[in-house]
Design a protein around this ligand. Structure first.
Ligand code: HEM
Length: 140
């Protein structure tokens, strides 16, 4: 079970952070070759599809992350793993919040969506930082 849950966690992290990296470094800079109307249509379709990727990745990361914390870190002290685990979880929630704000079609989030490239960059950077903390936690 431990291996399966770890596999789910790492795979979800790869798909989520990798997906944001792809958007930032490959797709968004390439949009300029399309006329404005086609560009908007493509962005809308990409956002709609990425919304479901985000929901799936967030659910899997939360379920597998809580399971692993319960299984392996519960007894740890605050200055053992919990300090870094807490920082990691706070940063992870910031990433989840940004991806939801960018993909859920609610009117009051329009201001965030206007600066899409900036926010995808922030979320990707935070995701990479979360991976660094996870590697640190792994080594103890
Ligand atoms: C942006 C979101 C997240 C990313 C990119 C991420 C990534 C990772 C990675 C790469 C590992 C290392 C796995 C390994 O070494 O096999 C890991 C471990 C872990 N993650 Fe996450 N994670 C995220 C969110 C979460 C959340 C929300 C929780 C808790 C609710 C969580 C709890 C854990 C725990 C407990 C471990 C095991 C740490 C250890 O080895 O001591 N993660 N995570």
């Amino acid at each position: 079970m431990g291996t399966f849950v770890q596999w789910v966690h790492v795979t979800a992290a790869v798909v989520g952070v990798g997906g944001m990296g792809f958007l930032l470094v490959v797709l968004m800079p390439a949009l300029g070759v399309l006329p404005v109307q086609e560009r908007d249509a493509l962005v809308q379709r990409v956002v709609r599809r990425f919304r479901w990727v985000s929901w799936a990745v967030i659910s899997l990361l939360l379920a597998s992350g809580v399971y692993s914390a319960r299984q392996y870190s519960w007894e740890a002290t605050w200055d053992g793993s919990w300090l870094f685990l807490t920082i990691k979880i706070v940063l992870a929630f910031a990433v989840f919040g940004i991806s939801l704000a960018l993909t859920v079609p609610l009117g009051f989030l329009e201001r965030v969506r206007k600066r899409r490239k900036f926010w995808v960059g922030i979320a990707f950077g935070l995701g990479v930082a979360v991976i660094y903390i996870s590697a640190y936690l792994r080594r103890g």
